[in-house]
Design a protein around this ligand. Sequence first.
Ligand code: ADP
Length: 450
Amino acid sequence: MGFWWRPLGVLASVMLVALILWAASGLVAALGFLAGIQAFVMLRRLWQEFRLARWLEHPDEVTPPDATGTWGDIFYRLEKLQRRQRASRSELTNALEQFEHAAQAVPDGMVILNGNEQIEWCNPASRKYMGLDSERDRGQFIRYLMRQAHFLEFLDAVDYSRPLVCKSPTNREVTLSLQLVPFGEGKKLLVARDITELERVDAMRRDFIANVSHELRTPLTVVGGFVETLADAPDLPASESRRYFDLMLDHTRRMQHLLDDLLTLSQLESEEHILKDELVNVPELARALKTEAESLSRGRHQISLRLDSSASLKGSLQEIRSALGNLVTNAVRYTPGGGEITLAWCEHNGEGVFSVTDTGEGIAAEHIPRLTERFYRIDRSRSRETGGTGLGLAIVKHVLTRHGARLDIQSTPGKGSTFSAIFPATRIQQSSTAESGKVIPFREREQAVG
Ligand code: ADP
């Protein structure tokens, strides 16, 4: 209502002046006055309309018209509207910029397709995984750019709830999981995620389960068979049943070793398993390992010890003993009778090197990089005959990695091998009074080796 007061007030005043003029000077003077006012109002309106039209045409370049009265009010309101629009436009631009930045940073490939499956927008990661270019391919039909049959089937599917797993068209080593998400009016968002690592872990898990099942199946079948035989023939001669019991014991021990090694590995891998901070007296440990190697060898090998350093190691005694013990046991198991085995502890370029050298069968170069894989064996039956589980070197590698150390393997087939555990300088402590704690006997494989 406030809008009407002013113009109505002006109109009333003009009418009043016209009436006064009519009364004082006659009708002609009053009409002349009114015609003059009318002409003034029209000219003013034309002028304001011209300013308004000019401003509306170039709202950013021309300053808003400045006027009084009703026109002033109209201009003020229009300017307010324009300011509000500008603010919301800049908010929208900011939001778009933020979205653009986020989409650039997303590691997954993202493509927006319109209702005709033409590319409207794609982020940089889509170039890496799908070979798409945000500038070059805008407006292109995705079908013409990604022509793999399974992708086209996926695009035509009605149900997009299941992702498509396929190789990246730009790199066959990369496995992608493609997901289509419908949105808006007929639009779709295509998301490509790199699942190479997940696939690898999954394959490892499957292999691992297959390996463990395979390892357990043989001893379980043997033990089951003997139990059946003994149950079916209770009058078996004592010597015969003794032999069966011994064999069952052998296989039961094998399963026990396998489970022990699996548990050790899973403990080493568990994040809660914190590395102990003990002082391991390596010379003392090496002497204990030598004694145990002699007992395992039962005089079949010539075993010697060379101590060129008196340094101790900082770490977990139990883990270091288990790792070095595995290297020593392997040397005994894979060296034929009459061979030589040398245990040595020295410092080289500031690093601590514990090495086990044997004159055994040696290892061909192509096997060396894979020896620390779980269940990797060069000769399965030889490993089993000597009580091996195929997990020993995997445990060694884990323990060494936890201590910042590494395993070096030098070998010549037919001549022998040297397995060296190399500890970083930071783990070495020069101390003659270090205590190694009590020596824990490592598992016995005598019966298998003998
Ligand atoms: P295993 O229980 O079979 O011995 P490991 O992980 O300890 O498992 O060793 C993996 C494989 O490495 C063994 O099966 C064997 O073929 C090879 N190997 C390990 N140590 C030696 C060695 N000192 N000489 C020859 N081959 C070895």
